[in-house]
Design a protein around this ligand. Structure first.
Ligand code: ADP
Ligand code: MG
Length: 404
């Protein structure tokens, strides 16, 4: 296993020239659909003058952090601080920004997707709840993205034991990250625990993985472009058809090879908002808020993942069981779609979240304030246009700490 990892690291170092001069790869820390992530030491950290980078490490750099950083060999001469600095300062300097995460994007991801992720990361620099881009390196079709390393706890390990008082801190970091991201008109589109690196002890988390993120305006531009090109293509086709006719040949309509106009459906099963499942073409940052609701639902029911569906239709049915057929029909009609089901598990009326939490988590949380469920209902509002915003959720008593 260890040898395999070493082999993989050697391959990566060979793939991108210059990588091994700047970073010492320590091992693999994550593997997703679109990438493999490695932990590494940055050997040239003094080169960075990015203020967000410095700020994050000033705040987060505790004495007992990252054993690997302590065990690391001394930095290169180039990184040695000026002799005038005190030993204390020097230690802080050399410890700062030492550990990074190197995300190797699979070459199968489209160049447009990779460019999108990097440009969005670049735009989102400067917020302590969003992992800032350090740099990106490319060699032919191989791209790596470098981020500061954030130590984090695995959601699967802590969701059963997280005290109610701590849920608030989790939500605060996550909603702060989204408030910032959404203020830039960017939808993350894949909010789930593995994309939010949370440190329980520090009560701090950062949002990562903007691989599926999209600007709200791009969505419209893409649609407008698509409409325009549809129009142009029609007239071009008409002209072609006409000239064919004049030459006395049959006009054969050519096969349209452009991608079909489709609503974006990406994201992770079980965290997808109803408007995503319904393929509503115009989506908004509210899709991320739904996913936050699903996470809170997992915490309050102590069930993760909460939704188990294998496809979008089934996912809609699972949501319908919660909300009831009547409510579901009403909201789906508001969204311009129709909803029909005769599956007996979908009753006319839904299940109260309070009863649901009790059913799954009978011991309950002794000190759970009732407004936790009020927040849950607002996050999981079926209708994206009335769903609570990140900013408003931060101000909700359960998150702001004014619960009773
Ligand atoms: P993917 O697109 O493959 O899901 P992610 O960006 O979500 O890639 O990274 C995959 C995993 O790698 C994350 O779930 C996390 O465990 C780990 N990871 C990613 N970035 C960092 C980071 N900056 N610090 C620590 N761990 C990270
Ligand atoms: Mg991910």
């Amino acid at each position: 296993e260890g040898e395999e990892a070493q082999e993989e690291i050697r391959e990566l170092e060979e793939l991108i020239p210059g990588l091994s001069e700047r970073y010492r790869l320590l091992g693999r820390i994550g593997e997703g659909t679109f990438s493999t992530v490695y932990k590494a030491l940055d050997l040239c950290h003094e080169r960075y003058d990015n203020s967000s980078w410095t700020r994050i490490f000033d705040e987060d750099d505790d004495e007992d952090d990252n054993g690997t950083a302590n065990a690391a060999p001394a930095p290169s001469d180039a990184a040695a601080p000026a002799a005038t600095e005190s030993g204390m300062q020097r230690r802080r300097e050399t410890r700062r920004a030492r550990v990074v995460a190197i995300k190797k994007l699979y070459v199968t991801s489209s160049p447009a997707r990779i460019a999108n992720e990097i440009s969005i990361l670049d735009e989102l620099r400067g917020n302590r709840f969003v992992a800032p881009l350090v740099t990106a390196m490319r060699r032919r079709d191989q791209v790596v993205v470098v981020l500061p390393y954030f130590r984090n706890d695995d959601f699967r390990r802590f969701y059963l034991e997280l005290p109610v008082g701590e849920m608030r801190w989790y939500l605060r970091s996550l909603l702060s990250a989204l408030q910032y991201t959404h203020s830039k008109g960017i939808m993350h589109r894949d909010i789930k625990p593995s994309n939010f690196l949370y440190d329980v002890r520090r009560r701090h988390g950062v949002l990562v993985d903007f691989g599926l993120a999209e600007r709200e305006c791009d969505q419209e531009a893409a649609r407008a472009r698509s409409r325009r090109s549809l129009h142009m293509d029609a007239s071009t086709a008409a002209r072609l058809f006409h000239s064919f006719d004049q030459r006395g040949r049959p006009g054969v309509p050519r096969k349209d090879t452009r991608p079909a106009l489709r609503a974006n459906r990406a994201g992770t099963r079980g965290f997808r908002a109803p408007e995503v499942l319904l393929k509503i073409p115009r989506q908004s940052v509210a899709i991320d808020i739904w996913s936050v609701g699903v996470i809170l639902l997992c915490l309050l029911t102590r069930r993760f993942p909460f939704f188990q569906s294998v496809d979008d239709t089934e996912a809609l049915l699972e949501i319908s069981v919660l909300y009831g057929r009547l409510e579901m029909e009403r909201v789906v009609a508001d969204l311009g779609r129709t909803f029909f089901t005769n599956i007996p598990t979908v009753k006319d009326r839904g299940i109260r979240f309070e009863s649901l939490a009790k059913a799954y988590n009978p011991e309950g949380y002794p000190d759970l304030p009732p407004d936790a469920f009020d927040l849950l209902r607002r996050l999981l509002d079926l209708n994206p246009s009335t769903r609570i915003t990140a900013a408003a959720a931060l101000d909700h008593p359960f998150v702001a700490g004014r619960s009773h």
